[in-house]
Design a protein around this ligand. Structure first.
Ligand SMILES: [Zn+2]
Length: 237
């Protein structure tokens, strides 16, 4: 168990233009995958609004546009970039298997899982974009005709009712299909091709990419912030 440092809250607005040219001191000596891990972003009202890379999160923290939200034993503390550095020193004594760390020239800092924007009040729009990445995530990288799992590059998107027959590009009419099934089906409907869909395609109620991330224990602390309607935040990495 560790002591939670009292965070130094920095609520005043830092003009973006004034801080734009500051250089983030997180410059790892060796390329670190830690900078590519995902960080959940909350708005000022603690609503989940976005997912960014750790690199972007540290940029926001260093420019004092955001603070770290750290969940510890059911409670959460808030930290500025500098107080998080101090907390990281303590946490480093008992590193946990799912934590990510960034080592800089002069110090080591833990990648936060959640940050909160200090000057952003808007509520996210509640729609998941229809795109290839979200469609593959919705279907779990499983071909909806043969039911087999494939890596991303072996999957295509199939219009259930072909576009040449008036089929629309919608959540309800586009599915993930392996190349072999897509070729076999061709410009036919599933009925004509005698190919059955594994399940009826629908607009996902929750952001499918976030759902995949929540399956990873390192993002377990996101659950606190992703309940109810606020699940449907955009993911950008
Ligand atoms: Zn297939």
């Amino acid at each position: 168990m560790h002591r939670i440092l009292k965070a130094k809250r920095r609520m005043q607005r830092v003009p973006a233009a004034a801080s734009r040219h500051k250089v983030l001191p997180v410059a790892p000596r060796v390329p670190s995958s830690g900078l590519q891990t995902s960080v959940l972003v909350l708005n000022r009202q603690y609503m989940a609004v976005h997912v960014v890379t750790a690199r972007r999160a540290f940029g926001l923290l260093y420019r004092e546009l955001a603070e770290v939200i750290h969940v510890d034993q059911g409670n959460f503390g808030t930290y500025s970039f500098h107080s998080w550095r101090e907390v990281s020193e303590m946490l480093a004594q008992e590193k946990q298997p799912h934590d990510d760390w960034i080592r800089t020239v002069s110090f080591e800092i833990r990648v936060p899982r959640v940050i909160r924007l200090l000057d952003f009040d808007r509520v996210p729009k509640q729609r998941t974009n229809l795109n290839r990445r979200n469609l593959l995530a919705r279907d779990g990288h499983v071909c909806q005709y043969c039911g087999q799992h494939f890596p991303t590059h072996q999957l295509s998107l199939d219009h259930v009712i072909p576009r040449s027959r008036g089929g629309q590009t919608t959540w309800e009419n586009v599915v993930c299909a392996c190349l072999a099934c897509n070729i076999r089906k061709g410009g036919r409907t599933p009925k004509e091709a005698k190919m059955r869909l594994m399940r009826r395609p629908e607009r996902p109620k929750r952001n499918p990419v976030l759902l995949l991330k929540l399956g990873n224990p390192k993002y377990a602390s996101w659950r606190t912030w992703l309940e109810g309607v606020l699940w449907d935040v955009g993911a950008c990495d």
